[in-house]
Design a binder for this molecule. Structure first.
Ligand code: AMP
Ligand code: ZN
Length: 496
């Protein structure tokens, strides 16, 4: 299996350190607010990775940390007049609830920073002992000038970093890029401070991940991930903190997800442009959101719109309906139904084989879920097209088994759609499509009538050999979940 490694900027064959076992650490949430769908994008990407590696037979240990002490938590608690620990506990619980609602597999460990202060202090002590860190005014800093390869993950020199960052003058630091391993407690931060050899204080953000990841997964991790904003400085710093102590490779494969964007900007708490997971799940099933996420490759950005989510929901229904059709037919026809038509049997058999091959080829290629999904859509179309009576029980079962297997890998259970979707749902959009082609129909027309009028219009265009325009209409209908089939000069349609 190939995975794109941010460190080498290449797709590499994935080989874990220990045969058959994989350790994965993904940077978890800072718990001071509701998780938004940008977070969900990243965790869904790693959820699919974990599911797929397990499907391949690896024993996976999956670790996601919980950052429950942080400047942002302290600031938020102050704002709300709450105890910072209580605030963090509440949002930690909410994080788990929301991730469960999204259908994510649980991680094997969710280490909290506050439960690992001892481990963190020990790691900072080692860095001080080895001369990579220094104590200054009750805080401890990592000295970036002591190492040669600082910047190897983000591929920048110290000069680039200084030029790229808004560096504040800080007299406690020897070099502007030095970063805090331990932060001295300021006035009013007594509730969130611990005793240490350097006085009362709390850990820096980067050191917590170094300490907790190696504690649960050993000195070398197979996979470490997060969204791409973490490449620098967070992951860059994590590397230094571990490698300077162990003198071993910290992470074999660095994986980074692209952002979920809104209106061209990264969705983030600080920009205030976020939509919470709860908000989306109030209106859409988790499968619709997951399908929207998986339609993009995990390294690509996603432009979130409700329109795209609507479309993803219809795509999901298309898959679920195909699986439902197979399930219903198998239930009715039971075992051993004789195959009537060799040709139909072969057709479905070939479609399943091809879909399987394409699906796994895509997953092996750096988890190309867009291609994996495309193979499922093709199969769904074929399942709706063939006469199952002719294809036979054996083939129908094979197709269903594959849908269920793929659903398990992608975390996309292909169950019966909850509600029967009717064409009425897209009636307004059909009306506006008709109107754009100069066909005005009143509100009293049924959705079927509007669709028939559009099909007649398209037939007309085809009659005049304006195939480009006719194809455009077919495409627009397909975006609404309507598939047209031309048989001679008759056109039939199917919804979802
Ligand atoms: P945070 O709680 O902000 O530290 O984020 C938790 C995880 O979600 C980190 O891996 C972030 O990089 C990731 N993340 C935050 N915002 C987005 C976004 N808009 N798109 C994708 N991932 C994100
Ligand atoms: Zn981290």
């Amino acid at each position: 299996m190939l995975l794109y490694n941010t460190l080498t900027r290449r797709k590499e064959e994935f080989v874990p350190l220990e045969e058959g076992k994989v350790g994965i650490y993904v940077c978890g949430p800072t718990v001071y607010d509701y998780p938004h769908i940008g977070h969900a994008r990243t965790y869904i990407a790693f959820d699919v990775l974990v599911r797929y590696l397990r499907w391949k037979g690896y024993k996976v240990t999956y670790v996601v940390n919980i950052t429950n002490v942080d400047d942002k938590i302290i600031a938020r608690a102050k704002e709300l007049g709450k105890d910072p620990r209580e605030l963090a506990d509440d949002f930690e619980r909410i994080f788990h609830e929301d991730m469960a609602a999204l259908g994510l597999v649980r991680a094997d460990f969710y280490p909290r920073v506050t439960d690992h202060i001892e481990d963190i202090i020990r790691l900072v002590e080692k860095l001080v002992e080895k001369g990579y860190a220094y104590v200054s005014r009750g805080s401890v800093y990592f000295s970036v000038e002591k190492v040669k390869d600082y910047g190897k993950l983000s591929r920048q020199s110290l000069e680039d970093m200084i030029a790229g960052a808004r560096v504040e003058v800080d007299k406690s630091k020897r070099h502007p890029m030095d970063f805090a391993l331990w932060k001295r407690a300021k006035e009013g931060e007594k509730d969130v401070a611990w005793d240490s050899p350097w006085g009362r204080g709390r850990p820096g953000w980067h050191i917590e991940c170094s300490a907790m990841s190696t504690k649960y997964l050993g000195e070398t991790l197979d996979i470490h991930g997060g969204a791409r904003d973490l490449i620098f400085p967070h992951h860059e710093n994590e590397i230094m903190q571990v490698e300077c102590v162990t003198e071993k490779v910290f992470v074999r494969y660095w994986l980074h997800t692209g952002f979920l964007m809104v209106g061209g900007e990264k969705m983030s708490k600080s920009l205030g442009n976020f939509i919470t997971v709860r908000e989306v799940l109030k209106k859409y099933p988790p499968e619709a959101f997951r399908l929207l996420v998986l339609k993009a490759h995990y390294r690509s950005p996603i432009d979130f719109t409700y329109d795209a989510l609507e479309k993803a929901q219809r795509s999901y229904r298309r898959l679920a309906n195909a699986a439902a059709r197979l399930r219903a037919w198998i239930q009715e026809h039971g075992e051993g139904e004789g195959v009537e038509m060799e040709e139909e049997r072969r057709l479905l058999e070939a479609a399943v084989e091809k879909a399987k091959e394409e699906f796994f080829e895509a997953m092996e290629d750096d988890l190309s879920t867009p291609r994996a999904l495309a193979s499922l859509f093709t199969l769904a179309r074929e399942v709706q097209r063939v006469d199952l009576n002719d294809a036979g029980v054996g083939e129908a079962k094979k197709a269903l088994e594959f849908f269920e297997e793929a659903g398990e890998i992608l975390g996309l259970p292909l169950m019966e759609p909850e509600e029967e979707v009717s064409l009425d749902k897209v009636k307004d959009r059909l009306l506006s499509l008709a109107s754009r082609y100069g066909v005005e129909m009143g509100k009293e027309a049924s959705a079927e009538e509007v669709l028939e009028a559009i099909i007649a219009l398209r037939a007309d265009l085809r009659g005049r050999r304006e195939y480009g325009e006719a194809d455009k209409i077919r495409e627009e209908l397909s975006n609404l979940g309507i598939t047209l089939e031309d048989k001679g000069d008759r056109t039939t349609w199917r919804f979802v």
